[in-house]
Design a protein around this ligand. Structure first.
Ligand code: HXC
Length: 514
């Protein structure tokens, strides 16, 4: 028995040593933790249980028969985060560059299968040279099996990816199929074709960082949802995001105790929206005053900032918040904001998280760039996502809600359960100036002072229509509320909706515009 235990100990310490001290030192020199350090940091203390530690490759070609690859370059297992179980895999760059061969892929598929069967979130820590070149088509097949499982698990369990090193070629598609991508600044890169191939094919010169670094994907492509300045910060994001989520689609998100009173009135809320309807303001000032302890976790901050999305809690319950941002592009909806909104609302809906929508938008962004770019099909995603969602939906119209954007931003017609409005709300087919130009065109042209006439007519239109009371008189708005008591009204609205049950017609699946 002692011999057998000694043999086990010897094998485990060999596996624990990963690619050996030199490669571990190189990993540290490049500012990265090893896969084992990352897993230990991510999970609750001492909760990691490794599975598949003894698995290794079966490659024979290109000298692989003699290659020692502890754990085949990926650490897999399970543990806890905030006391709740999660599955995890972490690619080990110190072993064959974390490259994915047949058995490496099989280990990832194994934890995907277990996570899906048990209704437990899965977190992937990616740091890999991609398909293991020596294993050829077996490596490619391994990726395909992972993509399939990513897709099957979508909407069943939360899937979170942290890109902590290179992620190149088709390998980027496993992260892209998951719900959340966190990238580490300066060490993570994602691209389909790298700088050399791009230069050879198109002549363009670009660095790996500019092409696929964390900030590129956070701010330009919209591929990443969060960026951490180092491994620790990126892993902290995962822990925080999970705290808002249920374990799977059939469970409710966890409820946290809060000392923040639900009835907390905030006089500053009466000051945030300027009396001049054309003046911008920062909608984050409203969000932070409404959620518990002012804690708002913003998603895709830096991308399509004319729309803000993210998680907070009200009365300890998770809520997804969607808000137009009047500070940027006047809060108009454009292609990127539409994509951002639709994906977030669908994520909330998949995982039983109520959606609160704060509206202040003059409409969809006009222009040829938007029309040629397909604002019709992108904007339609917003309508689709809201109308499809069956979670509690509460809308607060803060100021402008004009035209199609009034409808799109979770109006009563699209299925909002409760629609509240501030007294500053203006609900109309279009803004007063535009409307006056059209319906009073003859009067304006006939006037000796057209500018003055136009302003007067716009004022008249505003007095008649640009307020919440016409919409409230038709029942499109359920209550006009005092802004200072917004938190209390939201808490009450959500409380009465928690047991909401809503069905959609049975079908194979919808065909959302993409
Ligand atoms: C086998 C690989 C490997 C790979 C790296 N290594 N990538 N081994 N297959 N794909 C090995 C290296 O030989 C080296 O081994 C160790 O990992 C570290 O690599 P270095 O090159 O020394 O590290 P670094 O300088 O940091 O560069 C990292 C890198 C580079 C940028 C990732 O290694 C690289 O460009 N690799 C190839 C990337 C790639 O083209 N992959 C295929 C993508 S296509 P030693 O023994 O020296 O430590 C793809 C298709 C998926 O993935 C399709 C899905 C549908």
């Amino acid at each position: 028995m002692d011999d057998a235990r000694e043999e086990l100990g010897r094998r485990l310490s060999h596996i624990e040593a990963m690619g050996g001290p030199q490669r571990v030192a190189r990993q540290h020199e490049s500012g990265k933790w090893t896969a084992r350090e990352r897993v230990r940091y991510l999970l609750d203390e001492d909760s990691f249980e490794e599975i598949g530690a003894h698995v290794t490759h079966r490659g024979t070609l290109f000298g692989m028969a003699d290659v020692d690859a502890p754990a085949d370059g990926v650490i897999t297992g399970y543990g806890r985060i905030h006391g709740r179980p999660v599955y995890v895999f972490a690619q080990d760059f110190t072993v064959l560059g974390g490259s994915l061969g047949e058995m490496h892929a099989a280990k990832i598929q194994r934890v995907q299968d277990l996570a899906l069967k048990s209704g437990v979130p899965i977190i992937g820590l990616n740091d890999s040279g991609g398909a293991r070149i020596q294993e050829g088509v077996d490596a490619l097949n391994g990726y395909g099996e992972i993509f399939k499982r990513n897709t099957w698990a979508s909407g069943v369990i939360p899937q979170i990816t942290v890109v902590m090193g290179p992620s190149a070629g088709g390998a980027v598609y496993s992260p892209a199929l998951t719900d959340v991508i966190v990238m580490v600044r300066h060490t993570a890169q994602m691209f389909i074709t790298g700088p050399q191939v791009i230069q050879a094919v198109t002549g363009e010169q670009v660095s790996a960082e500019a092409l696929g670094g964390a900030d590129t994907h956070l701010k330009r492509s919209g591929v990443a949802h969060f960026v951490g300045k180092n491994d620790a910060e990126a892993l902290d994001v995962v822990r925080e995001v999970l705290s808002f989520l249920p374990q799977n689609w059939m469970e409710e998100p966890p409820v946290y105790e809060t000392q923040d009173p639900l009835g907390r009135a905030d006089p500053m809320l009466a000051e945030v929206v300027p009396s001049d309807p054309n003046k911008p303001y920062d909608v984050l000032a409203i969000i932070e005053r409404v959620v518990d302890d002012s804690r708002f976790v913003e998603w895709q901050k830096g991308y399509a900032d004319n729309l803000v999305v993210g998680f907070g809690r009200i009365g300890g319950h998770s809520v997804g918040i969607v808000a137009n941002q009047p500070r940027i592009l006047a809060g108009t909806l454009d292609i990127n904001a539409s994509d951002k909104l639709a994906r977030f609302v669908r994520f909330c809906d998949a995982f039983n998280i109520p959606v609160v929508t704060l509206v202040d938008t003059p409409g969809y962004l006009p222009g040829t760039a938007q029309e040629y770019g397909g604002i019709i099909r992108h904007g339609a995603k917003v309508l689709y996502a809201y109308a499809e969602a069956t979670v509690p939906k509460v809308t607060v119209i803060l100021r402008k809600a004009y035209g199609g954007a009034y409808l799109a931003m979770c109006s009563r017609a699209l299925g909002a359960d409760l629609v509240l409005a501030w007294p500053t709300a203006e609900i109309a087919v279009m803004g007063p100036e535009g409307a006056a130009n059209i319906i009073f065109r003859r009067e304006i042209e006939a006037s000796p002072n057209p500018q003055e006439a136009k302003a007067r007519m716009a004022d008249e239109y505003r007095r008649q229509f640009a307020n919440p009371y016409v919409a409230a008189s038709r029942g499109y708005i359920d209550a006009v509320i005092d802004p200072v008591r917004t938190r209390e009204h939201l808490a009450q609205s959500l409380m009465v909706l928690y047991n909401k049950h809503d069905e959609r017609p049975k079908k194979r699946h919808g065909n959302m515009p993409v």
